[in-house]
Design a protein around this ligand. Structure first.
Ligand SMILES: [Zn+2]
Length: 170
């Protein structure tokens, strides 16, 4: 196994663990569970700046949800090979929570860098967005650019780092 393959394996495993965690929380609390994290292109997935931006974004997300009468409470926060992640318990149904989360992503300074997944108490998969997510860099649909490799990893990462730096410093 090459080094890259080993890292890819670790990434897959970490994603699997995240998924299992969210499901376990769902079963334990029988309510909507939110998984809150960044969508970080390339490597590394953590740094002082990422950590700081994460705390700041998490705080803004909580205030936003509170302002919109969506009661959420933090269940757990971790740092994995994928970077920082937080799980929240929500009282409202998954569709409402997803809608507010998308509104937040679309209006928040670095909303495009966030990845907020919502899992309903009676579901085995995340609530899908009604409109597909836009790419970081262009106005195409993100999944299209990913499939077509429209942008290089270096280009995506540069965009991520620049936006994050500006956000942390503001
Ligand atoms: Zn693009």
């Amino acid at each position: 196994m090459t080094e890259i393959e080993a890292i890819q394996k670790q990434i897959l495993r970490a994603k699997e663990i995240r998924w299992i965690k969210q499901h376990n929380f769902k079963q334990e609390y029988k309510s909507t569970i939110i998984s809150f994290k960044f969508n970080i292109p390339s490597w590394p997935k953590n740094s002082l700046e990422i950590r700081e931006a994460f705390q700041k974004s998490k705080f803004s997300y909580c205030s936003y949800m509170k302002k919109n009468h969506k009661e959420i409470s933090l269940l757990e926060q971790n740092e994995t090979i994928l970077g920082p992640e937080a799980f929240f318990l929500a009282k409202d149904g998954p569709v409402k929570v997803k809608k507010s989360s998308i509104d937040f992503e679309e209006n928040f300074t670095i909303g495009r860098l966030l990845d907020i997944d919502v899992l309903g108490p009676n579901s085995d998969s995340h609530i899908e967005r009604e409109t597909k997510r836009k790419c970081y860099l262009c106005n195409n649909i993100a999944i299209y650019c990913m499939r077509e490799n429209t942008h290089s990893q270096i280009e995506l990462r540069l965009f991520f780092d620049t936006l994050l730096k500006k956000f942390v410093e503001e």
